[in-house]
Design a protein around this ligand. Structure first.
Ligand SMILES: Nc1ncnc2c1ncn2[C@@H]1O[C@H](COP(=O)(O)OP(=O)(O)OP(=O)(O)O)[C@@H](O)[C@H]1O
Ligand SMILES: [Mg+2]
Length: 307
């Protein structure tokens, strides 16, 4: 389940609308590690009817393959057999099926060919060219990205990049891009407590206990990557069901430190008449919708979670 981010998705859709109506546009998605840049892009790609071509910069940066994300973008066109007719001599170095490399055009010729290829590809319908993790881009990729942003002229192409702020190498490019006339910057904030609750509910398959939501929100700082990690690790209690769990919890509450698995088992048995199974209980002891809820310790107790 994808939580929140309605405004961010709307901003990307609006940027695409601008690219179609007014001329090529740029969208920058900024945020710390794990905040959801890739997930936002995936959701945008899933929900927009527009074709999205994606490439990713790798952490190898300058030591990696030059132009790696753009090679990936062109590869998608080659694989789908949707390369529009044109002269692609320099691009023949990347994909021989595009033409016999002449070897005399140089970098500028290559940039012109990429530009031409993207504009022609956007002829039948708009196109999103997304470069992920621009903060790791090698110098060649940064140069080509800047060249495209400056020189694309035909409407229909949205150049999109995700990045983590604060990386010195990307500074000048980002400064140039943000000065552009049709640039949108989307900054991803941390999730609210309600959104963390929604994310937990989706991961756990049941509504989480409000105290657990507060705790996970505080510990994760609303970063969805950490929310996922905490949800997996911490056995977050679900909301107690009215018929049995509250009673079980009430029995445990006065002696949380000593509320062992055995004691909890006994409490469940005496309250509900069914025998819990450890370590992965699957038996429902009443008609509640959440199996796991029946086995959770009190939210504020000092006992560890279900074992
Ligand atoms: N809005 C959301 N709803 C639900 N899950 C989310 C949301 N945003 C992110 N996540 C989840 O959090 C995890 C981290 O998200 P993601 O990989 O998109 O972060 P990122 O910003 O791209 O990080 P990095 O800078 O390391 O690439 C993923 O498993 C993703 O599915
Ligand atoms: Mg990412």
């Amino acid at each position: 389940m994808f939580v929140g981010r309605g405004a961010a998705l709307a901003a990307l859709s609006a940027a695409l609308g601008t690219a179609v109506a007014d001329g090529p546009a740029v969208a920058l998605v900024a945020g710390e590690a794990g905040i959801g840049k890739s997930r936002l892009l995936a959701e945008f790609a899933r929900t927009t009817p527009t074709r999205v071509l994606r490439g990713t910069c790798t952490e190898l940066g300058g030591d990696g393959l030059a132009y790696a994300p753009f090679v990936a973008v062109v590869r998608q066109l080659v694989r789908d057999d949707t390369v529009p007719p044109g002269r692609y001599r320099e691009l023949g170095r990347w994909f021989p099926e595009l033409g016999e490399p002449t070897g005399d055009g140089g970098r500028h010729r290559l940039y012109e060919e990429v530009l031409d290829l993207l504009e022609r590809s956007a002829g039948p319908g708009p196109l999103v060219v997304a470069v992920e993790d621009l903060h790791w881009a090698d110098a060649a990729t940064r140069e080509l990205f800047g060249f495209l942003a400056r020189n694309l002229t035909r409407p229909g192409v949205l150049l999109l990049a995700t990045y983590r702020p604060g990386v010195a190498e990307t500074g000048p490019l980002l400064a140039e891009l943000t000065r552009g006339p049709r640039t949108t910057t989307v900054r991803l904030d941390r999730l609210t407590e309600a959104e963390v609750g929604d994310q937990l509910a989706a991961i756990l398959g049941a509504k989480p206990d409000p105290a657990a939501v507060r705790r996970v929100h505080a510990r994760s700082d609303g970063n969805p990557l950490y929310v996922e990690a905490l949800a997996r690790r911490a056995n977050v209690p679900r909301t107690a069901c009215a018929t049995c769990c509250c009673t079980v919890r009430a029995r445990c509450r006065n002696r949380p430190a000593r509320c062992s698995r055995r004691r909890r088992s006994r409490a469940v048995r005496s309250t509900t008449g069914c025998s819990p199974r450890w370590p992965t209980p699957t038996t429902r002891c009443c008609g509640c919708s959440s199996t796991a809820a029946c086995w959770s310790p009190p939210a504020t107790g000092t006992t560890s979670g279900t074992r």
